[in-house]
Every structure is written in structure tokens, then in C-alpha cells.
Design a protein around this ligand. Sequence first.
Ligand code: S3P
Length: 161
Amino acid sequence: MRKIYLVGFMGCGKSAIGRRLSYTLRLPFYDMDKEIVRQQGMSIPEIFEKYGEEHFRNLETEFLKNFRDEACIIATGGGVAMRPENRQIMRKTGLVFFLDAPFEDIYNRIKNDKNRPIVQRSTKKELERLFYYRRKFYRRAAHIRVFTHNRSMRQIVNYMA
Ligand code: S3P
């Protein structure tokens, strides 16, 4: 069974677009961060604080390795495409979309988010640097790149479906 994975930077719309796409394609939708939070019984900032980022990254890889064999849509966390192993699993088990949004769009969505430890610990400049650093990994992970700037949710989902 093939999965659809959505990758991209924090705030690029993976969860919102994933939910809409799930409705359109009539496939179940899973938000990886939420699944990990549920499994661990802890929020993401708590996991980062208590066990460190590396541990969280291992949980992400475990999730990808073990998640049920079912056709579904998965919104991944913004750091998932960084690991070659993760990219390999996603490409092998599904179709990967990179949701490509400009930094300013993204920054305005995430700047006040207390639930994203990376945002909490970074300045705008640092986030911008991380954004450009990570883009090549999202591109490497993805089969298809979707530009979201100035496109409505409906246009994006119609294109993807
Ligand atoms: C992260 C992105 C977050 C979450 C965690 C780390 C990142 O997911 O996995 O806070 O490193 O970019 P979203 O992309 O859903 O915000």
C-alpha cells in the first residue's frame, strides 16, 4: 500500500493541506508530530527538554519504520527529511510531496508558536538560514514539488490530487 508523505519546513501547510487532501482522496490522515506526542504521552517541547533533540529524531525514524502498512496521508515533521534513512523509507513506501512556501509566509505563521522548540530557540535570521539549508533536503526527499505561494488551499489540493 502506498502512502503519501508531505514534507517541508515548519509552517508550510503540511497538516492543513494533508487534512484537505485526505478528504478529497478519501484516505486516512496522520500528523506525525501528533502521533509521536500521543505515543510518548508528552508534548514536543517536553520531549526536546527531557531527552534532547536527537532522541526526538530517533522517534521520528522509528515512526517511519513501524507505521502501519496502509494507504494514507502523512504530514511529517519539518526535520524528517534531513536524515538519509528517513528519505529512503519515505521514497520507498510512498509518494513524497515537498510543499514549497517562501520564508516570509512561513515565518509569519510560526513566529509565535510556543509548541515548536526550534522556533523558540532561534532568531529570525537563524530560522531563515535553517530554511535555506534544509530546502535541498526537502527537494532530495520529494518526488514532486508544489509551490504554495499565492495559491488557495483548493488550488493546491486539486493539483496534488
Ligand atoms: C521540527 C518541526 C516540527 C516538529 C518539531 C521539530 C523541525 O514539525 O517536528 O518541532 O525540526 O523542523 P512541523 O514541521 O509540523 O512544525
